[in-house]
Design a protein around this ligand. Structure first.
Ligand code: 5GP
Ligand code: ZN
Length: 114
């Protein structure tokens, strides 16, 4: 049995507030939101980090960004803008080792990030 919390969200063993889903992807609200809209977009396939992505997974990443575009537009943030982030490993600030795209919207984001 998997110990991955995001795989458990996919199977329904851990509840989440689902925003959007496709046969390949799931998007849900972050438990500890860092913006008025903070969605996590994940592939149903378990891929631990960006380092583990293969050529064959490349279309999946495109679908993840298109899902972010769709969710941001649906929530009315397309024009104002938003931020999409994938953290990788320790220095990247990754804490859950199932690849995920953060979609943050509804506030101004600074650059460089912390
Ligand atoms: P990371 O730090 O790996 O880039 O992001 C992991 C994110 O997952 C964090 O923003 C954290 O708040 C969120 N998170 C961790 N556990 C859960 C959970 O059980 N449910 C939901 N919805 N989000 C979670
Ligand atoms: Zn997983």
């Amino acid at each position: 049995m998997t110990e991955c919390i995001f795989c458990k969200i996919i199977t329904g063993d851990i509840p989440a507030k689902i925003i959007y889903e496709t046969p390949e992807l799931l998007a849900f609200h972050d438990l500890n939101p860092q913006a008025p809209l903070h969605a996590l977009i994940i592939p149903r396939k378990h891929i631990a980090t960006l380092n583990d992505l293969t050529e064959a997974d490349a279309p999946l990443l495109g679908q993840m960004y298109l899902a972010a575009q769709h969710i941001a537009a649906q929530a009315g943030f397309a024009e104002r803008g938003y931020r999409c982030v994938i953290n990788c490993n320790l220095d990247g600030g990754q804490s859950v080792y199932h690849i995920h795209l953060h979609l943050l919207a509804g506030r101004k984001h600074s650059w460089p990030p912390g």
